[in-house]
Design a protein around this ligand. Structure first.
Ligand code: 5GP
Length: 204
């Protein structure tokens, strides 16, 4: 049986650029881990594709998935559900491949409780004004939604202490480099490498 893969969780406040950093990370072409596509009840934004950006489902469908225990984690965020389907994550990890999640902080804490050996990376804005400008610049949300998100972000930044790594998103490419560095180092952690050697050296 293949050694189980590593679960990497990228999280942080809304608007900090998690989606942009995640996309840039996968666009480097140097990634050998798999992205877990989330499920959401939010309506697709322009250009978003079902099954690529998200699985876009109804509230009823999402709640059915929760009831059936099919979500690794989920959260209600600005009036919509977002969550990680369990099956894909489990099957991919079982194949020995590393899996990458990009999720908000409440979901990340659920993963922390259920998968303590996952790696938790907190993407942080250089400052809060910058975050506000980014949310406005994105042009996808109304001002009251932006203010709601900023208030939430302050509380979310306090949650950094629950993570293993903090990555400042000053420049997307820098953030991507830092995340790749973290993943490379995590793969060298003795607890992850040791199982390979245990087979060679026996149990004694
Ligand atoms: P957006 O609507 O901007 O695509 O996403 C809103 C927030 O939901 C972002 O912070 C994003 O990272 C988060 N999110 C996306 N997918 C998931 C998921 O599967 N689980 C959780 N808990 N949050 C998610």
């Amino acid at each position: 049986m293949a050694k189980r893969g590593m679960l990497i969780v990228l999280s942080g406040p809304s608007g900090v650029g998690k989606g942009t950093v995640r996309k840039a990370l996968f666009e480097t072409g140097a990634t050998d881990f798999s992205y877990s596509i989330s499920m959401t009840t939010r309506k697709p934004r322009e250009g978003e594709v079902n099954g690529v950006d998200y699985y876009f489902v109804s509230k009823e469908e999402f709640e059915e998935n929760i009831r059936n225990g099919e979500m690794l984690e989920y959260a209600k965020y600005v009036d919509n559900y977002y969550g990680t389907p369990l099956k894909y994550v489990n099957e991919t990890l079982d194949e020995g491949k590393d899996v990458f999640l990009e999720i908000e902080v409440n979901g990340a804490m659920q993963v922390r409780a259920n998968c303590p050996d996952a790696v938790f990376v907190f993407l942080t804005p250089p400052d809060l004004m910058e975050l506000k400008h980014r949310l406005i610049g994105r042009g996808t949300d109304a001002m009251d939604v932006i203010n709601k998100r900023i208030k939430k972000a302050v509380g979310e930044i306090r949650m950094m202490r629950n993570y293993d790594y903090a990555v400042v998103n000053d420049e997307v490419n820098n953030a991507v480099d830092r995340i790749q560095m973290i993943i490379r180092s995590e793969r060298l952690r003795v607890t992850r490498v040791m199982p390979d050697y245990e087979q060679m050296i026996g149990d004694e």
